[in-house]
Design a protein around this ligand. Structure first.
Ligand code: SF4
Ligand code: MG
Length: 332
């Protein structure tokens, strides 16, 4: 697999007040293979959108590296940035907010083409708009209408058409289905999968829960309070989640079969999400972790490959963790 995007020890901190530092992203590393969908999952405020924006170059980094196609994206020249932005597009959560209500669908979709001077011939550009509308399941009759005339699902299709306008290689989809009805969510996920196969696109798919991410992702990374907690292949994560936080997230997904649903144990996380301005010492999840041990408040767990391609940051998987402590806590 070719690693098209590499995030290495990325840190993004924001100074928010008198000497106060919001640690939005802390020492996060992962890569995305060319042609795959990487799902980045976590509650709001966990840093996943900040990672998306840092990859796009909308934010500078505090430390670490973002490497795309062999180039450090924070060291690109103006000219290189221009072509980078053509290759790297974004789809947003609320399609209506990201579409100008005074622009027609045609204008919304052709704007990126005009910014990048793709067509001298207006006729060609319009044909491309029609083609894009068809690719996302709309048609040319929609071109002269306004975004507010469409349903949420259709507006997201318009947003996708706009993201495809420059024929990108990589798309960051930041919660593209979170604002949609469940039935519409599946349609948009299917559309994204079709488009990916046709065009060989790579996706970074950002989501706040694990329910729809399985269908679209090849690999998944789970974040909590600015830190990566677990990362592995999609099937492996659902079958054998190792991190207590992932286990809790998975137990919150309803199962359609009532027999399984009834006999299943929900893991309820106690307490509130701590502030990223003043995160807990040691493991940032410890204030809500049902398995927390003494060592968890003292030491930040290391990011380790516990099984092949299965990474986790949790002291439960430390080789030399005192067996008694582990056993006591596992026994509950
Ligand atoms: Fe829970 Fe400790 Fe593991 Fe953190 S390191 S997830 S507190 S057991
Ligand atoms: Mg967000």
């Amino acid at each position: 697999d070719e690693k098209i995007l590499q995030i290495r020890n990325l840190k993004k901190h924001f100074v928010v007040g008198k000497g106060q530092v919001l640690q939005a992203v802390n020492d996060v590393s992962f890569h995305v293979n060319k042609g795959e969908t990487f799902g980045l999952v976590g509650e709001s405020g966990c840093g996943k959108s900040t990672i998306g924006r840092t990859i796009l170059g909308l934010y500078d980094k505090t430390d670490g590296d973002v490497i795309y196609d062999g180039r450090n994206v924070h060291e690109l020249t103006e000219k290189e940035k221009f072509s980078y932005y053509r290759n790297m597009q974004m789809i947003f959560q609320d399609p209506y907010a990201s579409l100008n209500p005074r622009s027609t669908v045609k204008e919304v979709i052709s704007e990126p083409m005009e910014v990048h001077g793709l067509y001298k011939d207006k006729r060609q550009q319009l044909n491309r708009v029609y083609q894009l509308l068809e690719e996302v399941g709309l048609n040319r009759d929609h071109a002269n209408r306004y975004p507010h005339e469409f349903s949420g699902g259709q507006r997201q299709r318009i947003g996708i058409a706009r993201a495809l306008a420059l024929d990108p290689d990589f798309i960051i989809a930041d919660e593209p289905i979170s604002a949609l009805d469940v039935s519409v969510q599946a349609q948009v996920v299917n559309l994204l999968k079709e488009i990916q196969q046709e065009k060989g696109l790579t996706f970074l798919f950002i989501a706040h829960d694990l329910s729809m991410v399985k269908q679209i992702s090849d690999r998944i990374g789970v974040m909590y309070l600015g830190n990566m907690m677990e990362l592995t292949e999609s099937a492996q994560l659902y079958e054998k989640p190792l991190h207590p936080y992932t286990q809790a997230l998975l137990s919150a997904i309803p199962i359609p079969d009532p027999d399984i649903e009834e006999s299943r144990e929900r893991i309820i996380l106690e307490g509130d999400l701590p502030s990223p301005i003043n995160p807990p010492s040691g493991c940032v999840f410890r204030t809500r972790c049902p398995m927390a041990m003494e060592v968890c408040s003292l030491k930040n767990p290391t990011w380790q490959e516990v099984e092949q391609d299965h990474y986790v940051a949790c002291h439960l998987y430390d080789e030399n963790l005192e067996d008694t402590e582990k056993a006591r806590n596992l026994a509950g």
